[in-house]
Design a protein around this ligand. Structure first.
Ligand code: FES
Length: 53
């Protein structure tokens, strides 16, 4: 399951480079399988990734 966030949030890489956002609300990948990291692409569903929170 992805973690959603919205509002005036800047996403940056570990090196501090900005990561462009294309939507006001974004879903961040927590399973590590997305092909569009750091964003969720729905791959977690096929992989069966689940969390308790
Ligand atoms: S949480 Fe959705 S692809 Fe990783």
């Amino acid at each position: 399951m992805a973690r959603s966030c919205c509002g005036d949030v800047d996403l940056v890489t570990a090196e501090g480079e900005p990561i462009p956002r294309h939507r006001r609300t974004v879903a961040l990948c927590r399973c590590g399988l997305s092909t569009i990291k750091p964003f969720c692409d729905g791959t977690h569903k096929a992989a069966g990734f689940r969390t308790d929170d």
